[in-house]
Design a protein around this ligand. Structure first.
Ligand SMILES: Cc1cc2nc3c(=O)[nH]c(=O)nc-3n(C[C@H](O)[C@H](O)[C@H](O)COP(=O)(O)O)c2cc1C
Length: 384
């Protein structure tokens, strides 16, 4: 069997195949609450045969949102709006997953289609008012960005607790995987990076100090989420900016995460500098972040997920067959083709899977259509 189609058991949860839909912010929530868009957005990936569908970065507290349109999970009312989405994903045989995040100094931004920068007069006129952002240190993202307030011990404790509460709510809402967002220049990545973390207390300084807070959050989430459900963590393995931390620090961090009971490191990169959502990082090419997943898996023994410009089923299959990662995450390709996983199955097995693997509501009709097309041959204008 193709590696991509093999189930993967993590603790007590089994993904039916190795395709995970990568978390992708929709900037379409109202006061942090999910609506019809989110049901359709995530539902179609489950219909499309993904092994797990990961909901976008979902804020653990209101000030941790990137934009006014971010999903949140800081109250039971927010979780109640997410529960039907998790239930629908499960009903399609896929595993419901959710990313938990806090944007830190990259909060209070414009939605991408309004410009990606700090909120301005036009946004305020639309009702999107700026708010005070927090970070490890009072170092803004760049010129023209909001000055963050450096978090004190009480602030750190609140955020740690907010992540743990979010994990409890995610479990209660029916999610079987939570992923901690420790990438792309958001709060937990800010703690790891000397470019954003200039603290001189126990949470800054050398690599061990800069890892301390993200590790505390990882332990708090692990303790709050049921032992039979896996916890993932998305890491910017390198900052991808001058003066950023070396890849070796991420190896040491992944070892500590493994000891903390984290099951999978989802290996991304970049985002610590540059604009709000257009992240700077390593040069982009097909599968450009796979070497990170491969190295962390090999040197630490923790499970890894590869992400970034994985576009082709055979490319994804080779990543798994060569032992470079345990899972592949598919982002924009799935936006373009929500049935990516079903098509990958057909490409890798050479079988027409419409009758057996597509949802029953579509599969029978498609197999009838396949017979009709086989009789007619390829469409040509002259044959009309
Ligand atoms: C619209 C959009 C929203 C995104 N939002 C998130 C997010 O919420 N959390 C995250 O970790 N990455 C986010 N990303 C990054 C993707 O998860 C993924 O890592 C990236 O797009 C590279 O994978 P791809 O080449 O398969 O798209 C987003 C990407 C896109 C295109």
């Amino acid at each position: 069997m193709a590696h991509l189609l093999e189930p993967l058991a993590l603790r007590g949860v089994t993904l039916p195949n190795r395709v995970v839909i990568s978390p992708m912010c929709q900037y379409s929530a109202e006061d942090g609450q999910a609506g019809a868009w989110h049901m359709v957005q995530y539902g179609r990936f489950a219909v499309g045969g993904a092994g797990a569908v990961m909901l976008e970065a979902t804020a653990v507290s209101p000030e941790g949102r990137i934009t006014h349109g971010d999903l949140g999970i800081w109250s039971d009312a927010h979780a109640a709006k997410l529960a039907p989405i998790a239930e629908f994903i499960r009903s399609q045989g896929s595993v419901p997953a959710i990313q938990l995040g806090h944007a830190g100094r990259k909060a209070s931004m414009q939605r991408p289609w309004y410009g990606n920068g700090p909120l301005n007069e036009a946004d305020i006129a639309r009702g999107d008012k700026p708010w005070q952002v927090v970070a490890p240190s009072a170092v803004p993202l760049g010129e023209g960005y909001l000055m963050p307030q450096a978090l004190d011990d009480a602030g750190l404790a609140r955020i740690r607790e907010a992540f743990a509460d979010a994990a409890r709510r995610a479990d209660a809402a029916g999610f079987d995987i939570v992923e901690i967002h420790n990438a792309h220049g958001y709060l937990l990545h800010q703690f790891l990076s000397p470019l954003a973390n200039q603290r001189n207390d126990a949470y800054g300084g050398d690599a061990a100090g800069r890892m301390r807070f993200p590790l505390e959050v990882a332990r708090a989430v692990r303790a709050a989420f049921p032992a039979h459900k896996p916890v993932f963590l998305r890491l910017s393995v390198v900052d991808g900016a001058e003066g950023g931390r070396p890849e070796e620090e991420s190896i040491a961090y992944a070892k500590a995460l493994k000891e903390a009971g984290i099951d999978v490191v989802d290996c991304s990169s970049g985002g610590i500098a540059g604009s709000a959502t257009a992240a700077r990082g390593p040069k982009r090419s097909y599968g450009f972040q796979v070497p990170f997943a491969e190295r962390i898996r090999r040197e630490t023994g923790i499970g890894t997920m590869a992400v970034g410009l994985i576009v082709d089923p055979h490319q994804a299959e080779a990543i798994l067959a060569e032992g470079r990662a345990d899972l592949v995450a598919i982002g924009r390709e799935a936006l373009e083709n929500p049935n990516w996983a079903l098509h990958a199955r057909m490409a890798l097995t050479g079988e027409n899977g419409h009758a057996d693997h597509w949802p029953k509501q579509h599969g029978w009709w498609l197999s009838v259509r396949d017979s009709a097309l086989a009789q007619l041959g390829p469409y040509a204008k002259a044959a009309e």
